[in-house]
Ligand binder design. Structure first.
Ligand code: KDG
Ligand code: MG
Length: 402
């Protein structure tokens, strides 16, 4: 069997998605998600102009060899564009292998290690009451874990709380929206959110929170301490993680569990965080961290150091990425939790899929391969539109992390 055709499908059924479809000479197709939110066409070009010509005629079963051929062969290593492109090829090859062997991908990764993949939903609100109402809705829908984000008094717009319902932030089309930030206001407000959440929801629902890289280590340490009474499942992205040793400061001051990694693209971004046990959950994404092949490597390193997985699973990645995350989560021993935001109906129609939510868990289904498809005719009805994530500024105008 040989790779005979490769196609990059760019569409925007609510958000932009870049999908790679590889097809073999005997007609088996595999899909990979190559979406990089706000920089989509860079990955499409990397694939079309540089990677796809290298795949023609290769044996699709040689997943490990092709991974290293693309990673080491480029000379230029790592980086979000490169690793998203390699990840898409990798996942498409796993999909092909599953279909060729007539088995779901999770069987190729070691088999089902649990009944289902525990997920968390996003409860967002402009104020604490609205956030808690959204959380109650998630609990009613059967979710067993919920992430809470709330607006901050005095800040007109805060990323992650925009719509307050099932979908995530819209992106802006012409120029990025600019949001405002005050660490002081945030640190003052967030503990109140969790105090009220525990009063309303009790202690049986695992609660999570995302700080979106906006703090310094000592600020994160202070927040972690203040949140200890409310027993968080995790505090996510407390600080930007380029400086891995920065987490030592947070770790030495608080027992609140720490999660990080949604912007990581290789094991080298997290090896110190993992081997020094500075985090509890690694959030690297299948699509952005070099595909299943590389993410399994990260998970195995993490397992040695008591770190569990908690893969990023936003709506700005397609159902192809979510399906791959579910096969990974079902099979990997040190799975922790999976992020799950519901896609729009248009996205679900463009990407029909076998995975299903039941009683707080997702299951990838038992179809051979990933169990997700792309309707290219329908996809063509949703053309790409340039879109940007927002930019964050402190109240004095300084550009800040988000
Ligand atoms: O593209 C960026 C989003 O995926 C990210 O901001 C979402 O922080 C996020 C999360 O935890 O899902
Ligand atoms: Mg996040």
């Amino acid at each position: 069997m040989r790779i005979a055709d490769a196609e990059v499908i760019v569409c925007s059924p609510g958000r932009n998605f870049v999908t790679l479809r590889l097809t073999t000479d005997d007609g088996i197709s595999g899909l990979g998600d190559a979406t990089l939110n706000g920089r989509e066409l860079a990955v499409a070009s990397y694939l079309n102009d540089h990677v796809l010509p290298l795949l023609d005629g290769r044996d699709p079963f040689l997943i490990e060899d092709i991974w290293h051929f693309l990673y080491k062969g480029a000379y230029w290593r790592r980086g979000p564009v490169t690793m998203a492109a390699i990840g898409a090829v990798d996942v498409a090859l796993w999909d092909i292998k599953g279909k060729a062997l007539d088995t779901p991908v999770y069987n190729l990764l070691g088999g089902q290690a649990r009944e289902g993949v525990l997920v968390y939903g996003h409860a967002n609100g402009l104020d604490i009451d609205a956030t808690l109402q959204a959380a109650a809705r998630y609990v009613d829908m059967g979710y067993r874990a919920v992430r809470l984000q709330t607006g901050i008094p005095g800040l007109p717009a805060v990323y992650g709380v925009g719509r307050g319902d099932l979908f995530y932030e819209p992106t802006s089309q012409d120029m990025p929206d600019e949001e405002s930030w005050s660490t002081e206001a945030y640190l003052h407000h967030v503990p109140k959110l969790f105090a009220q959440a525990r009063d309303a929801l009790g202690y049986n629902v695992p609660l999570l929170h995302d700080a979106h890289h906006r703090l310094t280590p000592i600020e994160a340490a202070r927040l972690g301490q203040r949140l200890e009474p409310y027993d968080l499942f995790w505090l996510e992205d407390a600080v930007p993680a380029e400086l891995q040793e920065g987490f030592r400061i947070i770790r030495s001051h608080t027992t609140t569990p720490l999660a990080v990694g949604e912007v990581f693209n290789s094991i080298h971004d997290c090896q110190q965080l993992i081997t020094e046990q500075l985090i509890d959950f690694i959030r690297a994404t299948v699509a952005h961290a070099g595909g299943l092949t590389h993410l399994v490597r990260i998970a195995h390193l993490a397992e040695l150091h008591h770190v569990r997985t908690g893969c990023h699973g936003p709506v700005d990645l397609s159902p192809v990425n979510l399906a791959a995350s579910l096969h990974f989560g079902l099979a990997v021993h040190n799975f922790g939790i999976q992020e799950y935001m519901r896609h729009t109906e248009d996205t679900d129609r463009v990407f029909p899929h076998a995975y299903a939510f039941d009683d707080g868990y997702l299951h990838p289904g038992d179809r051979p391969g990933l169990g997700v498809d792309v309707d290219t005719e329908l996809a063509a009805a949703f053309p790409y539109r340039r879109a940007y994530l927002p930019v964050n500024r402190k109240l004095d105008g300084t550009v800040h992390s988000w």
